[in-house]
Design a protein around this ligand. Sequence first.
Ligand code: ASP
Length: 291
Amino acid sequence: MPEPLILVHGGAGLVPAESRELHAEGCANAAKVGGAVLNSGGSALDAVCAAVESLEDNPIYNSGTGCALTYDGGVSLDSSVMCGKTHRAGGVACLGPFRNPVRIAQCLLEEETILLAGVEAERWAEAKGFERLQEDDLIVPSAAKAWKRVVQEGGACNWAGGTVGAVARDSDGDLAAATSTGGTMGKLPGRVGDSPLIGVGTYADEICAVSATGNGEAFMRAVFAARVADRIRRGEEPSGAIQNVLNRIEREFQGNGGAIVVPKEGDFSAVKNTTTMSYGWWSPEDSGADC
Ligand code: ASP
């Protein structure tokens, strides 16, 4: 019997030293939430969605509550989910204020369509019973302050960090991955990052599950998650596979970030080429977190 395992991340980037414990703690809690699903015989798919939901609800991360804002000061959320067993996937992009985009992406797994964007995605979500909130319901003071610094005071309009994700293996050995983000602070309205794209920010098959975080445009240029999964399929160690593709992103596209992987057998990998990446894990034997 494969050992159930879940690993979550709270984004690569630079978390200030005084906040690192809090970031690790949020990841530990989310891993426990996903772990409880696995422990009661739930699927990897349900576990990653529950864990990401917990991270989306935590205002310190850039997803759901606490998300980064567009240049106009608006909310535009990206998320995706993939089930390794069925290869079914769902994603939402440029979604307005919904509390848990990952649950909308999960709901899309029942449809033939994989990726929905913008107002049509919102309409579809509302028809499925998800509540559209006011933007202010998801905007927290620290995000508003960072937006002001970037957009109104001319600070660098760049990567916010704090994207969240989860990868898991259940007791049947099935794998799943999910990722959710508000994207980059001050992004162009309508901009879609790597996180809702299957094979870039999120990927799962019967060999491994991958969730990425980093400069979305560089990750798209490298088709990140699919490249990592291909390397693992060809026999490379997961941590080496992540490192190799991150190296290429840095070398060729001047981007950086990190990723988490759970393979069909054996331990997880969390690799970054940034200063920090918060992550937390749970298995029946062991749990913990770091940043
Ligand atoms: N990859 C995300 C994006 O570009 C940002 C991040 O991971 O921090 O939208």
